[in-house]
Design a protein around this ligand. Structure first.
Ligand code: ADP
Length: 179
């Protein structure tokens, strides 16, 4: 795990390289899908590492609050199960589309996740690069949207860490954060 300070604002924003399921923070954010019942990428990794408790809570959320699934751009929390993080904040990113600008929805994922973190009283939160995997959002723009939204959002969270999964993406994020 490596970590570097990217910017100083009301909330510190850090860039890091590694597997978000190992992060020792109050809350990690999951790039979930509408079903809330697990999937590939970081979603699958979080459910595998977090164990059945997360899935059981997600099932209850589906039954009680989101019978049609969690809408894109919204966020909801479960406990962290077996993860080091106390909570998981599940949010659904938009899929990339060349012909339609969905960046408002991508930005909404970061904003609503921070709102949920505030409601939980979380002061440290780690985010994956939402939408930049199976949902095919170009990594460079995903990083720009993530950093600019985190910088612009008013929150009680003290530290947000953007956790990049591979070295090339981490280097790209470092370059974009300092430009
Ligand atoms: P989406 O469906 O929103 O695109 P993905 O999970 O497919 O979500 O990918 C989002 C980003 O998370 C990608 O950049 C992917 O490389 C990264 N990723 C996948 N697994 C992990 C992990 N364990 N920790 C941190 N990032 C991860």
């Amino acid at each position: 795990m490596t970590s570097a300070r990217a910017t100083m604002a009301d909330m510190d924003i850090e860039l890091a390289l590694g597997d978000i399921t190992t992060w020792e923070v109050d809350a990690i954010v999951n790039a979930a899908n509408h079903t809330l019942l697990g999937g590939g990428g970081v979603d699958g990794a979080i459910h595998r590492a977090g164990g059945r408790a997360i899935l059981e809570e997600c099932r209850v959320l589906r039954a009680d609050r989101y019978p049609d699934g969690l809408p894109t751009g919204e966020a909801v929390a479960t406990t962290g199960g077996d993860l080091p993080a106390r909570w998981v904040i599940h949010t659904v990113g938009p899929t990339w589309a060349k012909t339609k600008d969905k960046s408002d929805l991508l930005r909404s994922c970061f904003r609503t996740s921070l709102t949920v973190a505030d409601e939980l009283g979380a002061s440290t939160v780690a985010f994956p690069l939402i939408s930049a995997g199976v949902y095919r959002w170009p990594k460079e723009d995903a990083i720009i949207q993530a950093l600019s939204t985190l910088r612009a959002t008013s929150t009680s969270v003290r530290t947000a860490t953007l956790v990049l999964y591979d070295e090339a993406t981490h280097r790209l994020a470092q370059r974009l954060a300092s430009s």
